[in-house]
Design a protein around this ligand. Structure first.
Ligand SMILES: Cc1ncc(COP(=O)(O)O)c(C=O)c1O
Length: 479
């Protein structure tokens, strides 16, 4: 815990004990700790200070500043009421070490949120503990292991993933000690059933998939995929980062998935740019319930309580009970939106994405490899621009900064050359979508020198990343 040196007498005594100096009462610094030289800061008035910090705050770009169509990241608007409620003393002032009788409201929020997420995904139980999607995946892999070991199925040491999968999927599986087996997608950009069937074996522990996949394409053969996977005794894992496309329309539980993680910091409003706190709850089907982390949030006739009694549980995945403020914002968001609201937001997200995709394709400046039918995001290729003008996806992204826009995700998924992955979300107006499309079209028509040197109007211009790699300036060398 933070202790103020000025007001904390024992701490002061500790600091100067080597000098055998007696500390004076509160608020008075001993001479040995006082600065003798003048501090080198400008002598300016309050207005200038306020303007300086206000200006600095304006140099940030967030979802409140403008469109942020970072594909795969669902950077959508977080209604202010969600943050407002999370900041209420009754919530923000609580502490995980408090007696449960004093935090019944918090437990109620968690208990009800679990039920809501079950309803949205079609799963039977949820754990709210993981602090990010990747941690949810890792938990999913631990659950997979626990499940197979419980069934004395010790030979299953492989996880299958499509070549479109997000980097955290193989990373989480590898962290859990699994061998990775990547399978190529069809020319349509979806799972190749023949290849999957040949790859599945008595060694397969799980197949990890997101639906719609990272190209924004819905895996319409998901029931066949599920059958193939289950027939070999393996589990099917759902990466829920793309849930924004199907909320209220389809449930991963109905598609046959056994384990699901959601990214509350994407689909359920909390924007997560800059690495802010996240939440990656994991939902499971009944057969995996007993392996979920402890404690579970339970309710008897009148009270909520934490239940630690779960002998088969994998244990804890994170300290305490998850990132409570993100859970709370998701809870408020879901209550506010309701069943119809969530469905409508997915519909608008998909509509916005297809509107942009159509305009950009019609412009003839960019290409769209793989199937045209997309959900909430689409992945364009700048390969033609690269061939014709030596302008790459990176250059286009940097130039967007000059137009005052946040760039999309680039170079992912890996199977698209010079990828621009755009996810506009339901939060954007038609005017903003049009402005973004116009900027992308203009950039494609600009002289290559302008685009390749961008950004020109930002406080920091093009970073020499090759130079930085070859000659890194390390901070500990500068001290
Ligand atoms: C498809 C997909 N899966 C998993 C993740 C991992 O989520 P997190 O960043 O919360 O760890 C992401 C993150 O962008 C993602 O896009």
């Amino acid at each position: 815990m933070y202790r103020s040196a000025v007001y904390d007498e024992p701490l002061l005594n500790e600091l100067v004990s080597s000098k055998k100096e007696k500390i004076k009462p509160l608020g008075i610094l001993p001479d040995s700790l006082k600065r003798n030289e003048k501090i080198d800061i400008p002598d300016i008035d309050e207005t200038q200070v306020v303007r300086h910090f206000h200006h600095l705050s304006q140099m940030n770009y967030g979802i409140d500043s403008g469109i942020y169509p970072l594909g795969s990241c669902t950077m959508k608007y977080n209604p202010k009421i969600c943050g407002e409620i999370a900041s209420w003393d009754g919530f923000a002032g609580t502490n995980p070490y408090q007696d449960v009788s004093t935090i019944q409201g918090n437990l109620q929020v968690m208990f009800e949120l679990e039920r809501m997420l079950c309803e949205i995904t079609g799963m039977d139980y949820f754990s709210l503990q993981p602090a990010a999607g990747a941690q949810g995946e890792f938990l999913g892999m631990l659950l997979t292991r626990a499940y197979h070991e419980f069934n004395k199925d010790f030979e299953r040491n492989e996880i299958i993933l499509p070549d479109t999968s997000h980097g955290t999927n193989p990373a989480s599986a590898a962290m859990a000690g699994y061998k990775l087996v990547e399978i190529p997608s069809t020319k349509e950009g979806t799972v190749d059933l023949d290849v999957l069937e040949k790859t599945l074996s008595e060694k397969t522990a799980c197949f990890m998939l997101t639906n719609p996949n990272t190209l924004g394409i819905f895996e319409s053969e998901i029931l066949e995929i599920s059958k193939l996977v289950h027939d070999t005794g393996a589990l099917l894992y759902y990466d829920g980062a793309n849930m924004n496309a199907i909320m209220g329309k389809a449930k991963p539980g109905d598609m046959g998935f056994d384990i699901v993680h959601l990214n509350l910091h994407k689909t359920f409003a909390t924007p997560h740019g800059g690495g802010g706190p996240g939440s990656g709850p994991v939902g499971v089907k009944m057969k995996l319930e007993k392996f979920l982390p402890v404690p579970r949030v339970c309710k008897n006739k009148k009270d909520y309580f934490f239940d630690y009694k779960a002998p088969e549980s994998i244990g804890k995945i994170k300290g305490h009970y998850g990132n409570f403020s993100v859970l709370l914002k998701a809870y408020v968001y879901i209550l506010m939106m309701g069943r119809d609201g969530l469905r409508e937001s997915s519909e608008i997200a998909v509509l916005n994405s297809n509107y942009m995709k159509k305009k950009l394709l019609d412009s003839g400046r960019y290409e769209l490899p793989y199937k045209e039918l997309r959900k909430h995001e689409f992945v364009l290729s700048c390969e033609k621009l690269k061939q014709e003008k030596n302008v790459r996806a990176l250059d286009v992204a940097k130039r967007l900064l000059d137009y005052g826009f946040h760039p999309p995700t680039i170079y992912f998924p890996l199977i698209v050359k010079e990828a621009l992955m755009i996810e506009p979300t339901e939060s954007e107006s038609k005017e903003d979508l049009d402005r973004y499309v116009d900027a992308l079209i203009k950039i494609a028509d600009e002289k290559p020198e302008i685009v390749k040197n961008a950004p020109n109007n930002t406080p920091v211009n093009r970073v020499d990343d090759v130079g930085a790699t070859k000659k890194p300036i390390l901070t500990w060398n500068m001290i």
